[in-house]
Design a protein around this ligand. Structure first.
Ligand code: BDR
Ligand code: CA
Length: 305
């Protein structure tokens, strides 16, 4: 099995993406980074998800804030503690003592050229790991990034949440020389939604996983619908599905991608479609993905056990 680190600001969709990762990869650790909701709730959510579904996977605590930015958490999107109506969880599992940045560097040295990062969160931990060891990009086989928006930011007019929370980190990671695949917001919005019909199907499965999905994503569903979507949107889950099977990405392009760090456009993803900057192509960008495959894989995941 391919070895991965799951780098996450664990809230509703992150938790489902983690479930998917546990089935398809050897998850060597979950590293927590500041993002969706209060840090201690993200930690609890990750510990709880693992305690329920894969108790031996270690959790490492990473950056509690972005490098430069003053971000805001988005409890309105994910629920008061991040897992929808699952607000009363008290996992017994404890995080490791080792810092997430050190865990990333240690595992990269243990599995050079083999380790992959499923980065479904702001890129702070990875940027800090790179600053501590600039040879890191050579040791990581691929970083799968959920982040960035072409034109329709979900947090500001141009900013997608993960890039907007820590644009300096995103910029650093993009320009560090990692092999990167990016799954931008719009692709996930068009592909990875759970409409009423699918929600009902999942709800009637009555498995431990489907019950977890429904409760963890209740707030996300309400929020997404209120913004005009057909149902809850699952960017992190789609990203992990694509990492597992690249054919789910039906159109991709090697492009130069950078991130704006100033003013109203802070967090905007800048894609050099025509090679105007003369800069090296640094990312494989997913432009389209297969919705039927997303639906099929999600149902398979949640109908099990
Ligand atoms: C991303 O931001 C978070 O809200 C989600 O977990 C996802 O990683 C979507 O913009
Ligand atoms: Ca996330």
């Amino acid at each position: 099995m391919r070895k991965v680190i799951f780098d996450s600001d664990t809230a509703s969709d992150d938790a489902i993406a983690l479930l998917y990762a546990l089935d398809h990869f050897e998850v060597l650790g979950v590293t927590i980074v500041a993002g969706n909701v209060k840090y201690e709730n993200q930690v609890k959510n990750a510990l709880y998800t693992l305690e329920q579904f894969a108790p031996d996977v270690p959790v490492y605590l990473g950056a509690r804030r972005p490098i430069m930015g003053r971000w805001r958490t988005v409890e309105e999107v994910h629920g008061p503690t991040g897992l929808g109506s699952l607000t009363d969880i008290s996992p017994k599992k404890k995080p490791e003592k080792e810092h997430a940045v050190d865990a990333i560097l240690r595992l990269a040295n243990e599995y050079p050229g083999e380790l992959e990062i499923l980065a479904v969160s702001p890129l702070t931990n990875l940027a800090l790991a790179y600053l501590k060891d600039e040879t890191l990009p050579k040791k990581i086989s691929r970083v799968w990034v959920m982040g960035g928006a072409f034109t329709r930011g979900n947090t500001t007019p141009l900013g997608e949440f993960n890039f907007w929370v820590d644009p300096e980190a995103a910029k650093m990671v993009l320009n560090a020389g990692f092999n990167i695949t990016i799954v931008p917001w719009e692709v996930t919005e068009e592909t990875a939604y759970v409409d009423d019909d699918l929600w009902e199907k999942i709800s009637s499965m009555r498995t431990r996983r489907s019950d977890f999905f429904i409760r963890a994503n209740e707030t996300l569903r309400k929020y997404s619908k209120a913004t005009g979507a057909l149902g809850s949107i699952h960017p992190d889950t789609l990203t992990v599905m694509i990492a597992n099977d690249i054919s789910i990405a039906t159109k991709t392009a090697e492009l130069n991608v950078d991130v704006e760090t100033c003013g109203d456009a802070r967090g905007a993803m800048m894609v050099d479609w025509y090679g105007l900057t003369g800069r090296k192509r640094n990312a494989n960008v997913v432009l389209k993905a297969n919705r039927s495959k997303f639906v099929e894989e999600l149902q398979k995941l949640l109908s099990r056990g």
